[in-house]
Design a protein around this ligand. Sequence first.
Ligand code: SF4
Ligand code: SF4
Length: 124
Amino acid sequence: MKRELAIARCGLACCLCSKNNWCGGCNSEQCPDKAQCENRECSLKNKISHCYECTQNCKKGVLSKIKPYGFTLFVKRYGVDILLECLERNENNGIVYHRKGLLGDYDDFDHVEELIHFIKTGKR
Ligand code: SF4
Ligand code: SF4
């Protein structure tokens, strides 16, 4: 885990991303999806650093997917440091962020509260 890369504007975990050996995160200008990222554009326009700082319950762009939406909601509730601590502990316990392409153990949820419980406890 590259903890210093933390969380992208949209809620994806740059710190655990399989592309982070060459991408320095969404403010690094290296993100391959930068040009078409609705969350990046909207958060910049709203002058906030991340969607987790936004007051809206929004499912625009990448937030339509449960993983970044759940991570964003988690940070709104508990803060980014707690999220990073949980992600690091879970990784050390064998939970994989990108197991198959861009999908991994945090994607396999239908309900956001179940995902938040999994982040917190490492258990399904
Ligand atoms: S590809 Fe996207 S999620 Fe991965 S490190 Fe780069 S900005 Fe972060
Ligand atoms: S409105 Fe949605 S996309 Fe825009 S900053 Fe807020 S959470 Fe992010």
